[in-house]
Design a binder for this molecule. Structure first.
Ligand code: ASP
Ligand code: MG
Length: 396
């Protein structure tokens, strides 16, 4: 049986034409094994940031449609170059933009959701024996339009294409060699998962572990596509996410993650939570976390972009914003495991100006000053790993 493999290469894996040539070699090797290959590419290096800066130089408020037209070019550059590199290496390849590849999205420019994939454009080229290179992070909302999927959206393109074309696996090539219990770049002692289940990957992705986009994790789960997260710089096997697998480590904590770019609001005494909730729903401005402490003081955490809107929404409750905040999360396997662990996070250093907040039932979260984020994550992760030495229970 010929295997169908989707390989996605992120920005760091395509930073230079040299890196691109290395990725091309890897793709060629996969074809020599007899596989059919679909390649999804991100923009080279920091291209998306650079294009955003350019837009900011001509407009303080760039129109969403033209912004997407601009940003989608980053992936198209990678895509065209990759097809050229493969052809130069003697492999038949064809480059497609997201719309050309049959990726249909909704009209939410800048954060579009993939609604449907027409598998034909990719399938017909595979049948011709070609490697198909698809520009990640984009699709067609209708007509001849192009919309982007939000930052990090190329992962989603890869997982959704893998699902729609019933691929045997989807490999995400990035700059880390797998999924870890914490960010291995900043946290000493972070441990790599050899295998992981979809639910745990989604929990990590949704709460700031930037290794895979949360929508990609959800798509892989929906289609039950085996997902492999690995480094393009090494031959390490990475982390495999498979239906029905479980990590050999039956530790109650999945990982320690954090989210940055947040603002927090403290609301004065007497603010009625239900009333705030109503205000919130009407304003369509979801909070990321909320704290309800004894003295009826509320703490509400939102993304920086939502801070001005939130401020006007909460003005009658006396909300004032506190910027430069981050959320740190300890993600447990279940609500029960979180309860069992009880107060093991007490007595941490850096508790000044930190607030325990509610996010999800199986997650222990704290609203902290951004500048202490890494130290606090480290302390929490150390604490969790101490516990692992004496496992609390064999979950799952
Ligand atoms: N180039 C886009 C970004 O930087 C999409 C991606 O890399 O997945 O966010
Ligand atoms: Mg990414």
């Amino acid at each position: 049986m010929v295997e169908l493999v989707v390989q996605k290469y992120g920005g760091t894996s395509l930073q230079t034409t040299g890196r691109m040539a290395e990725a091309a070699d890897r793709i060629i090797k996969e074809t020599k094994r007899g596989s059919q290959v679909i390649v999804v590419v991100s923009a080279m290096g920091r291209t998306t940031d650079d294009l955003t800066t350019l837009a900011g130089q001509v407009s303080s408020c760039p129109p969403a449609r033209e912004m997407d037209l601009l940003l989608s070019t980053g992936e198209q550059v990678s895509c065209a170059l990759m097809a050229m590199a493969l052809k130069a290496g003697g492999v038949e390849a064809e480059a497609l933009t997201g719309p050309q590849a049959g990726i249909i999205t909704d009209f939410s420019y800048g954060d579009a959701v993939i609604k449907e994939v027409d598998p034909e454009p990719v399938r017909s080229r595979l049948k011709e024996g070609k490697v198909v290179i698809v520009s990640g992070f984009q699709g067609c909302p209708g007509g001849h339009e192009v919309a982007t999927l939000g930052r990090g959206g190329s992962d989603t393109t890869a997982a959704v294409l893998a699902g729609a074309l019933k691929a045997d696996r989807c490999e995400i090539f990035t700059d880390v060699d797998g999924v870890y219990t914490a960010d291995p770049g900043t946290i000493t002692g972070a441990r790599k998962y050899e295998q992981l289940d979809y639910e745990s990957l989604s929990a990590l992705a949704e709460l700031g572990a930037s290794v895979v986009h949360p929508r990609a994790a959800a798509a892989a789960e929906a289609w039950q596509i085996p997902l492999v997260v690995r480094s393009s710089l090494t031959e390490q096997t990475g982390t495999t996410i498979l239906p029905g697998t479980w990590s050999p480590c039956s530790f109650p904590v999945i990982g320690v993650t954090s989210e940055t770019g947040l603002s927090s609001f403290s609301l004065h005494e007497g603010a009625d939570r239900r009333e705030i909730g109503r205000e919130w729903k009407n304003g369509l401005c979801p909070w990321k976390a909320v704290q309800h402490v004894k003295n009826r003081l509320y703490r509400i955490v939102v993304r920086n972009e939502e801070a001005p809107h939130t401020k006007s929404l909460l003005s009658r409750f006396g909300g004032r914003p506190d910027t430069g905040r981050a959320l740190v999360h300890v993600i447990f396997r279940s609500k029960e495991e979180k309860q069992k662990a009880g107060s093991f996070m007490r007595d941490l250093p850096y508790t000044q100006d930190c607030f325990m907040v509610e996010t999800q039932p199986h997650v222990w979260s704290m609203d902290v000053p951004e500048r202490h984020r890494v130290n606090i994550c480290q302390a929490l992760h150390d604490r969790c790993m101490e516990k692992e030495a004496a496992p609390i229970s064999a979950a799952h």
